[in-house]
Design a protein around this ligand. Structure first.
Ligand code: SAM
Length: 227
């Protein structure tokens, strides 16, 4: 049984695909998808030994070792040409790290048409990566779980991905358009947090003008979206 967060990631893994789940930890995502017959098979990649062993254990326990291979590897290096991977999922890390992983061994994405990414923070870095590396966002979701909000970004290979402006990169073009309650609550919280930071910065002995300007602009941007 997947969490709401991982279930939403799973929703966007195409039927019959070959999935690489990078940073898989317990391999819950690929194991669940394989058990439901949604993926043909794939790879569960982990860079840390403990989580890698968790993944191996889970795959063996569920009798899926013929379809899912656990690999101890850094990022996309878990993908080999023979795997015929067409879909990559990366969930539960910061957006900066996700973008870094995708950029580092970009050539390993040669056969990949779909990315399903779930950054915990720094979503903007992921959108920036996508639009500069030939991937078009096709949808975005925001879900709540245990008091946290999670964004799920889905993108497909495209020759000429749409170029987004700063606001779209920050808030997400689809999430902005949808403007749902979870999105509003997230940005209301972000607004309160940013105002707090600004108050702190302004109470310093020597007020850093550049930082104040940056935070003030950020506050204005969020307020505009919340209107
Ligand atoms: N993907 C799972 C999920 O969403 O529930 C697990 C998320 S867990 C918080 C992040 C995992 O990513 C950790 O197990 C960590 O070891 C792994 N990780 C971090 N950097 C990685 C990298 N460069 N390559 C592969 N795995 C990585």
């Amino acid at each position: 049984h997947l969490s709401v967060r991982l279930a939403t990631v799973a929703d966007y893994v195409p039927m019959g695909s070959r999935l690489a789940d990078i940073g898989t930890d317990h391999a819950y995502l690929p194991v669940n998808l394989a058990k439901r017959g949604k993926i043909a098979g794939g790879v569960a990649g982990e860079v840390v030994k403990g989580p890698f062993e968790n993944a191996q254990h889970e795959i063996n326990k569920e009798g899926l070792s013929d379809r899912i291979t656990a690999r101890l590897a850094n990022g996309l290096q878990a993908i080999e040409a023979d795997d015929h991977i067409d879909t990559v999922a990366i969930a539960g890390m910061g957006g900066t790290l996700i973008a870094q992983i995708l950029t580092q061994d970009f050539d390993r994405l040669a056969g990949v048409n779909r990315l399903v990414l779930q950054p915990n923070v720094g979503e903007k870095n992921v959108r920036q990566f996508l639009m500069t590396h030939g991937f078009q966002l096709i949808t975005e979701k925001i879900v709540t779980e245990d008091g946290h909000d999670y964004e799920i970004l889905v993108a497909d290979r495209a020759d000429d991905p749409q170029q987004y402006n700063a606001e779209e990169l920050r808030f997400g073009p689809y999430l902005l358009a949808e403007h749902n309650a979870i999105f509003m609550a997230k940005w209301r919280r972000e607004l309160a947090r940013t105002k707090q930071v600004l108050a702190q910065v302004q109470s310093a002995k020597e007020v850093p003008a550049a930082k104040v300007a940056e935070l003030t602009a950020e506050i204005k941007e969020i307020e505009e979206v919340l209107q």
